[in-house]
Design a protein around this ligand. Structure first.
Ligand SMILES: [Mg+2]
Length: 199
């Protein structure tokens, strides 16, 4: 499973800080798509903001979705193996695992996978969100780990996983409402996942 906007609420704290930094007004239904709609902030400034925020304590201060830990516990008790697979860079492992431990859910995971350093395309602007590269990374891991299902929120990644034959539980967010695929099941949160898994 993914972390950001699946286990932890990430987009809203990110956007609130973004709006504060650049003095922009967030639209009524904000989400990751909002960043593409903002035209008066230069892409290089957006990249710099992302790098600085991600290098700060940001990932250590995210809120976990309330019903997540109980459902993970029931999943593991029912015999499921849980893997955290995030496109966060490998150098964020310490802050990521510390957060997972503090929230009491690291113990439920068989392993935590972050995107390895060599996996990033050096010709891309540093800090620019790379959905296609992240999708390739997650599909590769899902296949290597032989995952039965993947909890995800990103539209490009969800569709890539589904195209590769992997079942996706798509966490419903404003930025993925248009995603539809035979192997994609939309869920409203962790209780919904529990119900679908018969827990
Ligand atoms: Mg995510």
């Amino acid at each position: 499973m993914d972390l950001d906007d699946v286990v932890a609420e990430c987009a809203m704290p990110y956007l609130r800080k973004f709006a504060q930094e650049f003095g922009v007004q967030l639209p009524p239904e904000p989400g990751w798509h909002t960043l593409q709609e903002i035209t008066d902030v230069a892409p290089a400034d957006m990249d710099r903001f992302r790098n600085q925020l991600y290098d700060s304590t940001f990932f250590g201060e995210l809120e976990m979705y309330e019903d997540c830990p109980a459902v993970l516990e029931r999943m593991v008790a029912a015999g499921h193996e849980v893997y955290f697979v995030t496109a966060r860079a490998e150098r964020r492992r310490v802050i990521t695992e510390t957060w997972l431990r503090e929230k009491g859910i690291l113990e439920h995971a068989t392993a935590v996978h972050l995107r390895p350093r060599g996996d990033f395309d050096p010709t891309r602007p540093r800090g620019r969100y790379d959905a296609e590269g992240s999708a390739r990374y997650k599909v590769r891991l899902a296949q290597e780990l032989e995952l039965d299902a993947f909890c995800e929120d990103d539209r490009t990644i969800s569709l890539a996983l589904a195209e590769a034959g992997i079942r996706v539980y798509l966490f419903d967010h404003t930025w993925n409402r248009d995603v539809a695929h035979r192997l994609v099941e939309r869920v409203q949160g962790w209780s919904d996942v529990a119900e679908k898994l018969g827990l």
